[in-house]
Design a protein around this ligand. Sequence first.
Ligand code: IFM
Length: 464
Amino acid sequence: MTTAPPVPQTTRHPSPAGFPPDFVWGAATASYQIEGAVSDDGRTPSIWDAYAAEPGRIRNGDTGVVACDHYHRYREDVGLMRDLGLGAYRFSLAWPRILPGGGTRPNPAGLGFYDRLVDRLLEAGITPWATLYHWDLPVEIEQAGGWPDRATADRFAEYAAVAAAALGDRVHHWITLNEPWCSAFLGYGSGIHAPGRADPTDALLASHHLLLGHGRAVEAIRAHAPGSQVGITLNLYPVTPADDAPASAALAHRLDGLHNRWFLDPVFRGDYPVDLLDDLDGLLPGDWCRPGDLAEISTSLDFLGVNYYTRHNVRSSPYPGVNAAEFTHRGLSRAANGWEVDPDGLVEVLTRVSEEYTSLPIYVTENGSAWEDRVAADGSVDDPDRLGYLADHLDACARAREAGADVAGYFAWSLLDNFEWAEGYTMRFGLVHVDYASQVRTVKASGRWYAQFIAAHRDGILAP
Ligand code: IFM
């Protein structure tokens, strides 16, 4: 990275001085999205292997069979992180590598990969942040009922104990779940994510059991990796009415309930939102939430992880059912996947969480954008839109800090271009471009800018 870093083409120019000396600068990935090597060293299929193999599920029939081949190229990838100056790397563990077949017997070869990765990170001076569940449930556990089945919370706690016992001597930052809203509502509600089931009761039960598993996993991590920092990552959105109609305001409140409060309230207040419980009456069986569940779910944490991408603007429409909500846009620029670029929404989310829910440190554990990158003849990738998005959202973090939110770190999504779930390889979020045919990595202009920003922050701290 010797060429001059680019200048963000954006109205906002965040200053490294807007962040405290111990601010954590990172990037994030997830196992199925980058690792490949789906049959190596005893790994068995997850629900994403099964789902991706079903015709018509994923754009272009893409799968994670090879992905970024990170399983074999992790040394090179850690080298890229070191060159970028990252202080932390957030990755996820593949459950079926560690406990193949959804069983209880740890797989030394699967754990060995994460051993090597963690050791390499530490040698490079990069702090490992491990996420236990970024969506790769072993297929056998899905066949036994999956997340709608309460027993899956127990399986998850067992897995957490194994992972923490194996890695907890070196991994001191743990995230239990990534975006349980997606696991529950996309995986079991709309079916556009694995395992592809579409039943509202299953989705709600899945959400409760994911949260129960989270609470139990926190305790398992604390038992096996004492002294660790433990948190959960939620994907949060401001939900804003798009017009002045009272029905739109009511709809926005309801969707805010399903997206945000359904997870924030039980984790931080030990209760589900009453308005939603009224709304969902009849969808849930009588014993879905048992005595003691909410106490487990609201066990104390060390931090909250927030993933932020965009805002939901919604207005009420005259149509019934799911069509009653019409999602609109504010006329802001839109990324390749259609998501509006709305950094003010990040300020709103961070300040809301810190004012209404928790005084714990908040880490932005994912934030990023997909654009149609072009590789120039000289091999470089100039990505001014991603760079502008990054600069604007770092500025949003600084603004949220000024407003009083304890934003303690930022992880760009993503380190590498990768398998974007139902969109396959069509959406590129990386700071580093991946040529999937050759597996050549190229740091994009946004990555070079991020490296420069991190270095300027460090140099500001070191300056006398
Ligand atoms: O790629 C995903 C990631 O796995 C979870 N959060 C959102 C990202 C972009 O869609």
